[in-house]
Design a protein around this ligand. Structure first.
Ligand code: C5P
Length: 243
C-alpha cells in the first residue's frame, strides 16, 4: 500500500485539519493539532503533544467500538498525529450521551454535578459554531431535514453502543464516563461514526475522588492539563496492551 500524499486542506476546525489525498477521493487525512478551545473558541490554548495524545486515545477507543459493530470513518494511523479516514458527508447533528448530571445539563437546571441518571440520556445539538450549537428538538431535525427518522434511530443505537463499550472500558480503569459528544457521517446510505473519541469531547472522572481527566481541566483552569491527558493515554494504552 503506497503512503497517501496530502493535498489541499478542506477543513480546519478547532483541534483538527482534514486534508484531501492525491488520487484518492474516498479518503482524507485527519491531522490532530495541539490547539485546544473551549466555549466555542472564546477560550484558546495549546500544549505540546496534545494532538498526539488525542490521536492515540481516539484510535484506541474507535477500534474498540468498531469491534462492537459500530462502523466508523477510521481506517488506520498514518503517523503519531495523522489518521487515514473515510470521506463522509457530515450529519449536522451532534449527539450527546449523558450518564451523570454535568456541564450544560447541570447549568441549565441549576443542579449539582455528579448525580446519576436512571438511564443514559441522548440529546441532539445543531452543529453550528455561529449559533453556539443550540439544542435541537426531534421535530426540528426532521422538519428541516438535518437527518431522517431512520438516521436518528441508527445514530441513537450507535451512540448507546459507544456509551456501553467505552463506558465499560473506562470502568475497568477506575474511570467513570460521565458524558460525551459524537458526530456521524453518511457514506451512501450508511451512517458511520465520523468523530474522535477523546477527552476533548467527553467527561471522564476518577472513580471515588471525581478528579477530572478531561477538557474541563482546561475549560475550568484546574491545572495539570497536559499531564492529565498524558496520564489518561498511558492508562488507556496499558489496558489495551493487557487485553
Ligand atoms: O457542555 P455539555 O455538558 O452539553 O457537553 C456534554 C458533552 O459533550 C461533554 O463531554 C462535552 O465535552 C461534549 N461536547 C463537545 N462539543 C460540543 C459540546 C459538547 O465535545 N460542541
Amino acid at each position: 500500500m503506497s503512503e497517501p500524499t496530502r493535498s489541499r486542506a478542506i477543513y480546519e476546525g478547532k483541534a483538527k485539519i482534514l486534508y484531501e489525498i492525491e488520487g484518492d477521493p474516498e479518503h482524507l487525512i485527519l491531522y490532530f493539532k495541539d490547539d485546544a478551545t473551549a466555549f466555542n473558541a472564546k477560550k484558546r490554548g495549546s500544549w505540546e503533544r496534545k494532538g498526539v495524545v488525542n490521536s492515540k486515545i481516539s484510535a484506541a477507543l474507535t477500534t474498540l467500538v468498531q469491534k462492537a459493530g459500530v462502523p466508523t470513518h477510521f481506517v488506520r494511523n498514518l503517523s503519531e498525529r495523522e489518521q487515514l479516514v473515510r470521506r463522509v458527508e457530515i450529519v449536522p447533528v451532534e449527539v450527546v450521551v449523558r450518564n451523570r448530571i454535568a456541564g450544560s445539563l447541570a447549568r441549565r437546571l441549576g443542579m449539582e454535578e455528579g448525580g446519576e441518571l436512571s438511564h443514559p440520556f441522548v440529546e441532539h445539538y445543531y452543529k453550528s459554531d455561529s449559533l453556539d450549537d443550540p439544542m435541537l428538538l426531534r421535530q426540528w431535525i426532521l422538519e428541516f431535514g438535518f437527518a431522517t427518522e431512520s438516521e436518528l434511530v441508527q445514530m441513537r443505537e450507535y451512540a448507546l453502543t459507544i456509551n456501553r463499550v467505552v463506558g465499560d472500558f473506562f470502568d475497568s480503569l477506575g474511570i467513570v464516563l460521565i458524558d460525551f459528544k459524537v458526530e456521524f457521517g453518511r457514506i451512501g446510505d450508511s451512517i458511520v461514526l465520523a468523530d474522535e473519541i477523546t477527552p476533548d469531547g467527553s467527561r471522564l472522572w476518577e472513580k471515588g475522588t471525581n478528579r477530572k481527566l478531561d477538557k474541563d481541566r482546561f475549560r475550568r483552569d484546574l491545572g495539570d492539563v497536559a499531564e492529565t491527558y498524558e496520564e489518561l493515554l498511558q492508562r488507556v494504552e496499558a489496558a489495551i496492551q493487557q487485553s
